[in-house]
Ligand binder design. Sequence first.
Ligand code: PLP
Length: 482
Amino acid sequence: MASNAQQKISHHMDPEQFRKNGHAVVDWIADYYKRIETFPVLSQVAPGQIRRSLPATAPQQGEGFETILQDVGRLILPGITHWQSPNHFAFFPSNASGPAILGDLLSSGLGVQGMLWATSPACTELETLVLDWLVPALGLPEKFLSTCTGGGAIQDTASSATLCAILAARERATNYHSNRNGVSGTLCAYTSSQAHSSVEKAIQIAGIGRANLRFLEVNEKFEMKADALERAIEQDRSAGRKPFFVCATVGTTSSNAIDPVRQIGQICRKYGLWLHVDAAMSGTAALCPEFRHVHDGLEYADSYCFNPHKWMFTNFDCDCFYVADRKSLIQTLSVLPEYLRNKASESGAVIDYRDWQIPLGRRFRSLKLWFVLRHYGIEGLQFHIREHVRLAQEFASSVKQDSRFELAVSPPLNLVCFRLKSGDGSTRRLMDALNRSGDLYLTHTRLNDRLALRLCVGQTNTTERHVENAWKRIREEASKIE
Ligand code: PLP
């Protein structure tokens, strides 16, 4: 038992102090959400301003919790870009919700490290269950179920999912020799010119070499051309190279284009290539039967991922990664030192998710996803997804009706790409003025070498009022520019 002297020297927060401070933090967050629309969406601070406002060295003595929390409001909030503002239309959303935040808090409280089934059976089994729940909910092929040949695991991000897919594809293509002997220079991979940069990064990390990644042509809707894929594979094969991997995108970052997964999949099947489908944001749309066509052809995929942390109200980080054949992934990523050996793993009756990802350690992320699914139910999620798509489509109609503007491409779902007809200069000035105003935040891309503004409707609390106001502000600023 600890002596009195030892008890006195503890600097820990005891459970009663934790309760009091915890309530204060929850109140702080609830108040933040109530007043979130009063802050400029894009932080307006200058580089270095936040750091300069804080002490240069760590405190020698501990400080009171109240002071620390006050400093969050006083010193940190000015440097926050409010991703959870309903006026945040930039990039793709990274949305949060009450149930997800509370699930994440519980995960922190439990402080579980779920690398092995044995290190917290509930962490593993809830994750397996929740990922299986999502298979019928999203209309994914049954082979992705843990009860079939495949299964899903939560990764931090889509970038990690793509890297795992490439590694497993690499090993399958080289009969698991690359892990042992290193990668030969003949492997080559394919994606479209519109794929996310994480594909290129993963190809680099996996030792394939950027020069061996082919960026394929797209059509007028920015979708990968399947015939260009087949031509590129044939060319590489005739040159003695070994095509092994294709990444198709469901909802590209620039314009939300949906690659023809079925056609791509048939080509992959013909030539024996691994097909990974990156549906980072747009996969969520498949919760609604009327948008499920985005998953057409997925039965050809070897792996698939989507991010509940983008558009399914589950705060960062949470990417759901599925494989059709879990053995190839596990054989690729498993390294077993003595200190991780245990009876449960050796029995073969459990999943050890450490073998499904790059790091060893892992958080209890399924808790927040479980909270989200139970709080909203599939119908609640469908309601909000439908609403976001409807609002984006209405915004697109307004753009079409204003002769000063044009759509850069017809929006498939909840991302609208548009521009001022008068050119890149005025389009950029418009974006800068809007973002400087703090009233909303949107970002840009280049499509067919012309600037386009991207307005993505996907923040948890965005409603009709916010989208209408965004359009009003866009028109006002456009009038000042033109
Ligand atoms: N794939 C697509 C299509 C994306 O749009 C993004 C990010 O916006 C990513 C992958 C990378 O996402 P993450 O941050 O989860 O790695």
